[in-house]
Design a protein around this ligand. Structure first.
Ligand code: NDP
Length: 246
């Protein structure tokens, strides 16, 4: 993983799950990591753990649903390290439910975090990456970004949107600015994601599914792989799911 050395990598949703595993893995391989999320204590602990292992990391408390917070995060990364090589738009929530439950606030929250958060991340780093004429934006979608199932309509819609936005970004920016884009689409992964489900029937179903979950490091390894590829190689899309997941 030699190409990760000294790369400046911003990771949103780095306080748990896939974001935490990715932060630790890329730091082990010599990257300078900027962790972002809302829970400061978690971020502090993870940064200490990375530093104890000899890695380099800082954190910035960030709400991805705020365009201003995302701008501040990018400015913080630039102040700390002078450039931004990679943004991993990983933060996401999944309070899934059937549409007839009318959980309108949860629909709004998913749209704000899962779609607007990704767009605000792109807005925050694109000028810098265009100036550098290099950069890599990795957006986390889902297998739910390819197909819809009962209760997943709004969550799936946000993850379809992530794929659409990333592909549009690739078509616009890769030939023009040498910026790489990647869509990573995990299947069931052992993280805290299902904790945001408030619908009791769906929560029970999710607990059943979690029995086949794979480690967040399975996803982190894919993220590290796409970053590590040579600059002239854009890995645009990867789907990773438990072997047993239908
Ligand atoms: P976790 O719940 O463990 O992690 C989600 C992360 O997002 C946390 O660090 C949380 O931090 C952060 N987050 C949530 N809302 C915000 C916000 N408004 N601003 C900033 N950070 C926020 O779940 P995962 O690791 O599984 O989720 C990571 C990504 O992977 C998500 O996009 C998810 O949709 C996707 N995914 C996960 C799958 C799975 O089975 N686990 C399957 C397919 C896709 P904090 O609360 O501290 O802000």
């Amino acid at each position: 993983m030699d190409n990760l050395k000294s790369k400046v990598i911003i990771i949103t949703g780095a306080s748990s799950g896939i974001g935490e595993a990715t932060a630790k893995l890329v730091a082990q391989n010599g990257a300078k990591v900027v962790l972002a999320a809302r829970r400061e204590e978690r971020l502090q602990t993870i940064v200490s753990e990375i530093e104890k292992e000899g890695g380099e990391a800082v954190y910035h408390v960030t709400n991805v649903a705020s365009a201003e917070d995302m701008q501040k995060l990018a400015q913080f990364a630039l102040q700390q390290y002078g450039r931004i090589d990679v943004l991993v738009n990983n933060a996401g929530i999944m309070p899934v439910s059937q549409l007839n439950e009318l959980r309108v606030n949860e629909w709004d929250n998913m749209i704000d975090v899962n779609i607007k958060g990704v767009l605000y991340g792109i807005a925050a780093v694109l000028p810098t990456m265009r100036e550098q004429q290099s950069g890599h934006i990795i957006n986390i979608s889902s297998v739910a970004g390819y197909s819809v199932s009962p209760a997943s309509s709004v969550y799936s819609a946000t993850k379809f949107a992530v794929r659409a936005i990333t592909e549009g970004l690739r078509q616009e920016e890769s030939p023009a600015s040498n910026i790489r884009t990647t869509i990573i689409s995990p299947g069931i992964t052992d993280t805290e994601l299902s904790h945001s489900i408030n619908s009791p029937a769906i929560q029970a179903m999710a607990s059943e599914f979690m029995k086949m979950a794979i480690s967040p490091y399975s996803i982190a390894r894919a993220i590290a792989y796409v970053i590590n590829e040579p600059e002239d190689t854009g890995v645009n899309e990867i789907v990773i799911r438990p072997t047993l997941q239908p």
